[in-house]
Design a protein around this ligand. Structure first.
Ligand code: SF4
Ligand code: ZN
Ligand code: ZN
Length: 314
């Protein structure tokens, strides 16, 4: 029996190992890696995510997406001598999970020669996420640990980014994350969140603009990129992960993509069109300092402080 090798459709020289079903490309590992890095460059340019002299703080959790983003941006940043790159990590305080992730994040920073800054929930809020979860459970609060963690982590990242003088925060949301969030917001009828989400966040006083350079890369391709590049990342999931509805949406989208390659990109483009239309009707709100912590917010007290007050933490 003879095995017929298939040539890469990009370089036409090396053997292909990956079939990109949505585009029909058959790629060798080198062309696959290049295609991911080029796509990130194109996404940054398309959405005007970064300026030539930005100080970029990459939010690195230690997972495959954030560590891969750090590696890709470290490469891209070399072409922009006036730009600088650092990594910022939030230590939520999740036993036997976050410590390992932080170690991996630090190792990657060392390999790339990127400075690494860490801020913890304990130093910022006085409690670790584990302790906060105990309080949530004691109060039988309907909100999940991820709802608290998401709000508190966003605030922590913003505070740390300001502290290190960053002009942009790069977060590692991939295309799957983006469309899952879009579908969740549709299901919840959360129009404000649909409008607010997307590849970039508008500049607002007191907030470092956040950009998502991986927003057009499929999750499985980010994973493959990390493996091919030999990048070490944390593989264990967070013990609090498992938002039931998001998982069901993830499975549904994966099934659709398998049957109809390209569906995920179609949903992403549809979300963009809807967001653009909705932005036309958006009313600008005035921000003012939170009465408790001083961070900018829409009302009197920011969402993070409200959450902590609910748990009798502030
Ligand atoms: Fe926080 Fe949830 Fe992510 Fe765990 S899975 S780090 S609790 S947002
Ligand atoms: Zn090739
Ligand atoms: Zn506050």
């Amino acid at each position: 029996m003879s095995v017929v090798s298939v040539k890469c459709t990009s370089c036409r020289a090396r053997e292909a190992f990956y079939f990109r079903a949505y585009s029909g490309e058959k790629l060798c590992s080198r062309c696959f890696i290049e295609s991911i890095e080029n796509k990130v460059r194109a996404t940054i340019a398309k959405y005007m995510m970064l300026k030539f002299d930005d100080r970029i703080a990459v939010a690195v959790s230690g997972g495959k997406d954030s560590v891969s983003l750090l590696h890709i941006l470290a490469r891209i940043e070399k072409d922009f001598p006036k730009a600088s790159l650092c990594a910022i990590t939030v230590d939520e305080g999740i036993e036997s999970y976050r410590d390992e992730a932080i170690k991996i994040a630090s190792e990657n920073c060392k390999i790339l020669g990127v400075e690494h800054h860490i801020i913890s929930f304990r130093e910022l809020y006085g409690y670790t996420l584990d302790e906060i979860v105990e309080k949530i459970r004691a109060l039988r609060d309907n909100l999940t640990p991820c709802s608290y963690c998401g709000v508190l982590r966003r605030k922590a990242l913003n505070i740390l980014a300001k502290k290190v003088g960053a002009t942009k925060i790069a977060v590692a949301h991939n295309l799957d994350d983006e469309i899952q969030t879009f579908m969740l917001n549709i299901i919840h009828g959360d129009l404000a969140r649909i409008t607010r989400a997307g590849p970039t966040f508008d500049e607002k006083e007191g907030f470092i603009p956040r950009v998502k350079p991986l927003c057009e890369i499929l999750e499985k391709e980010v994973t493959l990129y990390a493996y091919l590049k030999g990048i070490r990342f944390q593989e264990n999931p967070c013990p609090y992960a498992g938002e039931a509805l998001r998982n069901d949406i993830r499975n549904m989208l994966n099934r659709l993509e398998e049957k109809h390659p390209g569906t995920k990109y179609t949903i992403f483009r549809s979300a963009e069109k809807i967001r653009e239309k909705m932005k036309e009707t958006r009313i600008e709100v005035n921000l003012k300092p939170c009465k408790t912590c001083g961070e900018m917010t829409v009302g009197e007290i920011c969402q993070a402080c409200k959450m902590l007050q609910n748990l009798s933490i502030k």
